[in-house]
Design a protein around this ligand. Structure first.
Ligand SMILES: [Zn+2]
Length: 199
């Protein structure tokens, strides 16, 4: 599939438990070449991991930026870059929860149900500092919420009940041997996992 974003170099994906995944990241203030390289490398890394979204701290960089390349509920693929994201979720009668499965490239292979609003708006600036705003439905709505969470140091395990969190970690532990430490530079051991829509 064609993309308007250049691909850089694949970087290893940072896992849950690493400090940068669990604190509020720094806002982006410098839109120079270093950020352009980071974004290109993030696209390459997301592709290699077959994900639909990726935040900078998932490649170990303490900056509030995420990328996405994700279908919405009608199957339209939407791609973009959001720095310093601000999320807006429906309230009152417009708020409907989607109980779909959620997975994270930083806890690879494991999925569990995670209730989230079925539409989400996110705004911020792109990699050049120009304002951007997106409205997402379906998996794209979930992706915007999941990635904005990452920029704030929240992982989706933080949003689960103890029972579901325990189950998620047990599944991840079982699959851990399939993911080399520098994954996705070294590909995973292939066991025909059903992995759709992790970010
Ligand atoms: Zn994630």
């Amino acid at each position: 599939m064609s993309s308007k974003y250049e691909r850089g170099t694949v970087r290893p994906i940072t896992r849950w438990g690493t400090e940068v995944m669990h604190h509020l990241n720094q806002p982006v203030t410098d839109f120079g070449p270093e950020l352009q390289t980071l974004v290109a490398d993030m696209f390459a890394t997301m592709d290699a991991a077959e994900g639909v979204g990726l935040a900078a701290n998932q490649v170990g960089v303490d900056l509030q930026v995420f990328i996405f390349d994700c279908p919405d509920k009608d199957g339209n693929r939407v791609e973009g870059v959001v720095c310093n994201p601000v999320l807006e979720l429906p309230e009152g009668k417009d708020r409907r929860l989607d109980e779909g499965d959620e997975g994270c490239l930083s806890l690879p292979g494991a999925f569990t149900k995670c209730a989230r609003p079925d539409v989400a708006k996110v705004s911020g600036v792109d990699e050049h500092g120009n304002p951007v705003a997106y409205e997402g439905t379906g998996l794209l709505a979930r992706c915007f919420q999941h990635e904005t969470d990452h920029t704030q140091g929240t992982v989706f395990g933080d949003r689960l009940s103890r029972k579901y969190r325990k189950r998620l970690f047990a599944e991840a532990e079982e699959l851990a041997p399939d993911y080399p430490a520098d994954w996705p530079i070294t590909p995973m051991v292939d066991h025909d996992h059903e992995e759709v829509g992790a970010s």
